[in-house]
Design a protein around this ligand. Sequence first.
Ligand SMILES: [Zn+2]
Ligand SMILES: [Zn+2]
Length: 373
Amino acid sequence: MSTSLPASCSCAVMTGFNQPLETRSFPLPRELKPGELIIKVELAGVCGTDVHLHKGELKIPLPLILGHETTGRVAAMGASDTKDWLGRPLAIGDRVSFTVGRTCKTCRYCRVYRLPSRCLNRKAYGVSTPCGEAPHLLGGYGQYHFLYADTAVFRLPDDLPSEAVVGAGCSLVTAVHGFEKLQMQWAESVLIQGSGPVGLASLAIAKEAGARPLIVIGGPRDRLERCQRFGADLTIDIDEVRDPAVRRKMVLDATGGLGADVVVECVGHPQAVVEGWELARDGGKYLVLGHYGDAGPAMLNPHLITRKELTVLGAWGSEPQHWTIALEFLRTRRSDYPFHELITHRFSIGQVNEALQAVASWQTGKAVIVPNG
Ligand SMILES: [Zn+2]
Ligand SMILES: [Zn+2]
């Protein structure tokens, strides 16, 4: 069952690393199995990870339709009784979003260790789903998106704007996952390293969880101002305070002289971890959240972990339950955490290369592709 679907649609395709993306036409699937969906894409977020993928920093298959932060409307369904991940019936025209990771539910990570983010057979739309063969439409930078039956789809409530979902993007669900590992306590001091999307999302969650004080080290200035808008008590501009020793003194002064209870790395630069271990108090927790791309090694002193009894944690991607938390958070708390205001740039499919360039050079709050605009 479907609305009147076109025979084909346009998508932006990455055929080589560091090469311009090409606009290509792909046929829409003619028949869908039960549970499968075709989504007419409304907004596709341009994530910083897309820039890293375009540079070839992760091993991914080509050709590929990028885009893993997508909202759209259900345009075709394989069966009329299809439900979303929370068991709510779906209908043609419903506005939805979905988790990009699909897991096998049978490997040891899925079954035994309950770590589906590390599923041995995990596939992520827009990252590890090449478009060379049918059903082709496996990324957000296209007019339509195919969803397999095992995708965790979420019907979006009317009072949750798509701009909030894509404005928060994969950063918020990633941060929800990370903070689940941290098991933060109310009124702990939290230091966020980095004021980009992951840093801002982490800041929102820490604020909501009762962090005090809540400190951000980052830049440039407009990003730090946004962090203040989202509730940061102290921001340290890395362009103004260039000496790590001075930054450390500022953090110690703000946390009673001992360092932060919790430090969250959202930079993606190995040297940030070196600095961050020095900024956590003894017995504190350190979460490495910003190294989705492999930015290489750093010279770290393990003595600090032993002596400080530091807990070092990592979190990879997100799982469907993190989406339920993130979507409800965005729906109910968006006046305090206006992720929907982050979208500053809108691009057509033909402008994807400009979009990637704008994100790479930090010109944007959040850039989105509007493929049917
Ligand atoms: Zn992303
Ligand atoms: Zn698995």
